[in-house]
Design a protein around this ligand. Structure first.
Ligand code: ATP
Length: 292
């Protein structure tokens, strides 16, 4: 399940040996030494979030392309769900946007600017990632939440906590925000970690959100709470979801079906299902066999 990620050396001390990395990519987008700023890269201000891939080719290894001549665009504010078989390249597509890797051919633009012409820092300040494996460090809940915005005020932290549906947890703890978490402190459940990560995103407030949906099941109630928080989080942002849940897929503005060929289908839920022989229609009918 865990793919090797080699770019978080600075964080490894925080993890028990043998867990040398997050699954796929990290929320912390400042640990990528390979990608350098071009000498003439510009600091971009807040972006609108119109994303376009122009004939993008990419592979991790010299002679194996994962993406070939891939083109699509996403309008600012849209929520797009990527679905398709495991290994098709959904995560790879999303990891090109914060420039965890650079394209080999073609380009990725945001608001018509090639992302290689932006400084990595200003690009990444516009992007937030929520994923299953949440980065937590030994410290208080407050410190961990404030990780989304290091200079957040107490009011901002309280507001983000509320919007992430984490207030009840805080209220139930004798030390509230000052509760220590981590190895010797409180252990958070999977659902609580996800909400903490969502609280960070409310603080960070990025224009673009990448959501790597959990494959493992949460209980129905937790799932509903997280869904509610995410629905609010994705509002007014460009959101790309590596989707595994039918509810997410149904509510997305658009669904992109990714397979070995590239983007095989692109449309709304209803549009894709109208194609009786379509890949999505087949995936959909197999949802309970966990094909997403
Ligand atoms: P899943 O649904 O299982 O998450 P996916 O559609 O997100 O799959 P990717 O994770 O993008 O697919 O993987 C696409 C291909 O790239 C796979 O063949 C995978 O093995 C390969 N791959 C992914 N990450 C790396 C990496 N860091 N180094 C080498 N190959 C990789």
């Amino acid at each position: 399940l865990f793919k090797p990620i080699d770019k978080i050396s600075a964080l490894l001390e925080l993890y028990p040996k043998g867990m040398a990395g997050f699954k796929r990519f990290t929320e912390l987008m400042d640990q990528e030494p390979d990608i350098k700023n071009r000498p003439d890269a510009v600091e971009v201000p807040e972006l609108k979030g119109n994303i376009a891939f122009h004939d993008v080719s990419f592979g991790y290894e010299e002679n194996r392309r994962i993406l070939q001549d891939l083109s699509f665009s996403i309008q600012a504010g849209q929520t797009v769900a990527f679905v398709g078989p495991s290994g098709a390249g959904k995560t790879t597509i999303c990891s090109l946007i914060p420039r965890f890797y650079d394209v080999i051919d073609g380009s990725v633009t945001i608001d018509r600017i090639d992302i290689r012409d932006m400084t990595k820092e200003s690009l990444r300040s516009n992007i937030g990632i929520v994923q299953q494996d949440v980065f937590l460090f030994t410290g208080t809940l407050r410190e961990n939440i404030a990780y989304g915005k290091l200079d957040a005020t107490d009011e901002e932290i309280v507001e983000a906590t509320k919007r992430a549906h984490l207030s009840d947890l805080i209220a139930s703890l004798p030390d509230g925000y000052d509760t220590q978490i981590g190895e010797r402190g409180l252990k958070l459940s999977g659902g609580q970690k996800q909400r903490l990560s969502i609280a960070r995103m409310f603080l960070k407030n990025p224009r673009i959100l990448i959501l790597d949906e959990a494959t493992s099941a949460l209980d129905t109630e937790t799932e509903a709470i997280i869904q509610e928080a995410l629905t609010e989080l994705t509002k007014d942002r460009t959101t790309l979801i590596i989707a595994h849940r039918l509810a997410t897929i149904r509510n997305a503005d658009r669904i992109l079906v990714v397979n070995e060929e590239g983007i095989a289908e692109d449309g709304t839920h209803a549009e894709l299902l109208a194609n009786e022989n379509g890949i999505f229609t087949k995936l959909h009918s197999h949802q309970h066999a966990s094909i997403y």
